[in-house]
Design a protein around this ligand. Structure first.
Ligand SMILES: Nc1ncnc2c1ncn2[C@@H]1O[C@H](COP(=O)(O)OP(=O)(O)OP(=O)(O)O)[C@@H](O)[C@H]1O
Ligand SMILES: [Mg+2]
Length: 652
């Protein structure tokens, strides 16, 4: 490649060279259109033959487009891409603060290291959520902004270059990643998000101890060490390093990916606790001898044997025992979920819904000690466009009049939050009543709205004297035996005060919807296929002709409310129960049918005033069509009936 200094690549005028890595040269350049400085990373192409280059260029274009969609405050964005003289290049913002590598001159206090890496872990949670694995996390890929913020660069570059074709070129010096930071299984070219967890673990290890754990002269020797030798204990290099820090490192750096943190969110949570100085205890499983992945890793190493180490070393590796890591007791607080007196129904689960984020603990401290789920920050599509609503109704034999307020569909960004895994139950609500000596609106009003169950089709509820949360349908009814059923006959006001007492708040309408189906377009929390065994809805009155195609009346197993958490297979992608069906759930927002036309794109809180509050998710009394996630309903804040309850949310 000819010298690019003072040349122009399209609108980018090359000013100076900023650095050079294994596969590319990075230049500072002037974007002549926008009159700003940028960094242009030109991939060195001279090592590739023309056939390989053509394929790389194609893959490059495809990847660049997908990477361009990755937007996060701690990810260096791709601004543009192109090709010069057969060499692909990427354009990104110019970051003048250097790299983390440049700043690492020795061990730094672990709190500082953790604070520095938390934003990087957040960036990775975001990327993993989009199915993008970084594959080459290391200090030189962590750039620093003018204000000292860390930003992760070079997403996906390793993937573009590391392939069958280029792997043959390892001996020529074209990288396959960076062996010091690479997870052992990456030797095979296998890298899921747990490879990023490992690499981030090495970066933390290096920051805290001032050294990388596995060093050797050749890439092959480093990988062999990673497979053969135990992790040198970080505390031997830093006196007084808390065991909690060491435990996080040991877990992140487990040789077998199955024994690491399984998601970046889990590592992020652990870092958060270290940063807050909470006691972090980590479950440390013992590694099994020669577990399957090691054999797989050996396959990868054999592929790498071209690097000069013979099969002798591999044979030796096969004979060696993997070192068991120490077992450290698990003392992390375990959340108290509502107690189930009845075993949940329908727990046989041949088809599990995708779990986006199985993190359930530890939730913020709360009076009701409900199990909560952490929903990481992110974007999702809220509402339903007219076409999708029509399709939903067509496919499900329903009439969807009244669904217009769910459009237009629009992108919403939400900061991270916690949300109750279950609807608030009668036994939980009772604690609040006792603690605050509280009288609900229904108790004060002396009546509750009651919707008739059974077989008749009713258009309207009736006011029944004496109906309240202890007597959901009137004085003759009771909640005895219904301790784990959702509380009903609670107004929006009651719900709000309960959450306040518990140290929480009601979720916003947007939070509720994000929690119900993530950023998927599925009709229901579990997916788009309706099945009468996935949620507690109204199959008794047989309004939906659809019901009988799947089962008989009462195919969900409950005529009225069900114990919370009864529908394992109906969970949302975030692991929440009963987001569709069982009881409608009050959310924080005022209702305005036109709100989606003008709502803000980040953390919308609903209209500033109104006469009705929104409730979501359908109930045991709803036809299937009201289980459609984007569907909205509203009632005055003092209204209470036997089909509406709530769950709470909290800030991290
Ligand atoms: N956006 C940027 N702004 C300013 N400097 C940058 C930017 N991107 C990269 N650099 C500089 O260019 C250097 C080379 O980057 P490059 O990504 O090519 O290599 P590397 O990360 O050091 O190693 P490898 O090739 O193994 O990934 C970096 O170390 C950094 O100093
Ligand atoms: Mg780099």
């Amino acid at each position: 490649m000819s010298n690019l200094l003072n040349q122009s690549l399209g609108r980018y005028h090359i000013l100076e060279q900023l650095g050079e890595g294994g596969m590319a040269t990075v230049y500072k350049a002037r974007d002549l259109n926008l009159e700003r400085d940028v960094a242009v990373k030109v991939i060195r192409a001279e090592n590739f033959g023309s056939a390989i280059l053509e394929r790389i260029l194609k893959r490059f274009e495809r990847e660049a487009k997908s990477l361009a969609r990755l937007t996060h405050p701690n990810i260096v964005p791709i601004l543009d891409y192109g090709e010069t003289d057969g060499a692909p290049y990427l354009v990104m913002p110019y970051l003048p603060g250097g790299t983390l590598k440049g700043r690492l001159k020795g061990p730094i206090p672990y709190r500082e290291a953790v604070q520095m890496l938390i934003p990087i872990a957040q960036a990775l949670v975001h990327a993993h959520g989009q199915g993008i694995v970084h594959r080459d996390i290391k200090p030189s890929n962590i750039l620093i902004t003018r204000t000292g913020e860390p930003m992760l660069a070079d997403f996906g570059i390793a993937k573009i270059l590391d392939s069958e074709e280029t792997r043959d070129l390892t001996s020529t010096g074209v990288g396959i990643g960076t062996p010091e930071y690479m997870a052992p299984e990456q030797g095979l070219g296998q890298a899921d998000e747990r490879a990023d967890i490992y690499a981030l673990g090495i970066v933390l290890y290096e920051m805290v101890t001032g050294r990388i754990p596995f060093r050797a002269d050749t890439p092959m020797a480093i990988l062999l060490k990673k497979n053969q030798e135990p992790l040198p204990r970080p505390s031997q290099f830093v006196s007084g390093l808390p065991a909690s820090v060491e435990n996080v490192l040991i877990k992140a750096l487990a040789r077998d990916p199955n024994y690491r943190y399984q998601t970046m969110q889990e590592l992020l949570d652990a870092l958060g606790r270290l940063g807050r100085d909470e006691s972090v205890t980590v479950e440390m499983p013992r590694e099994k001898k020669n577990s399957l992945w090691i054999l797989a890793g050996i396959g990868g190493l054999i592929a790498l044997a071209v690097c000069g180490i013979g099969l002798f070393a591999v044979g030796k590796l096969l004979a060696s025992d993997s070192q068991p890591t120490e077992s450290v007791p698990f003392t992390q607080p375990v959340p108290v979920s509502p107690i189930f007196t009845n075993p949940p129904a329908w727990t046989e689960s041949p088809v599990q819904p995708p779990i986006i984020n199985p993190t359930v603990t530890p939730a913020p401290p709360s009076q009701d000690q409900a199990g909560m789920v952490y929903i990481p920050e992110g974007e999702f599509r809220m509402g339903s466009d007219t076409e999708t609503t029509k399709n939903f109704c067509k496919e499900n034999h329903s009439n969807c009049d009244g669904f217009a307020d769910a459009s237009p569909q629009h992108t919403v960004f939400l900061s991270a939050f916690w949300i109750d895994k279950f609807e608030v139950t009668n036994s939980m609500f009772e604690k609040f009543i006792n603690a605050k000596n509280y009288k609900t609106d229904a108790e004060k009003d002396g009546y509750g709205e009651v919707w008739e169950g059974g077989s008749s089709i009713v258009e309207d509820s009736q006011k029944v004297s004496g109906a309240d949360w202890r007597h959901p349908t009137g004085p003759g009814s009771s909640i005895s035996g219904l301790e784990n059923h959702p509380v009903v006959q609670v107004s929006w006001r009651d719900a709000k005060l309960y959450c306040q007492w518990a140290g929480k708040r009601l979720p916003t309408e947007a939070e509720w919807e994000m929690a119900a189906r993530g950023n998927s377009a599925s009709y229901f929390p579990w997916g788009s296929e309706f099945n009468c065994q996935l949620g507690n809805y109204d199959d008794e009155r047989n309004i939906d002709s659809f019901i009988l195609e799947n089962g008989s009346a009462n195919c969900d197993g409950f005529a009225r409310t069900a114990p919370v958490g009864s529908f394992l297979r109906g969970k949302s992608p975030y692991d929440l129960f009963d987001m569709s069906g069982n009881v409608w759930e009050w959310v924080a927002d005022w209702y305005d049918k036109n709100y989606y036309l003008s709502s803000p794109s980040a953390n919308p809180l609903g209209p500033s005033d109104g006469t009705m509050r929104v409730y979501r998710g359908g109930s045991w009394f709803s036809e299937m069509k009201y289980l459609y996630v984007p569907f909205r309903q509203a009632n005055p804040p003092s209204y209470h009936d036997d089909i509406t309850g709530f769950r709470c949310a909290a800030n991290p």
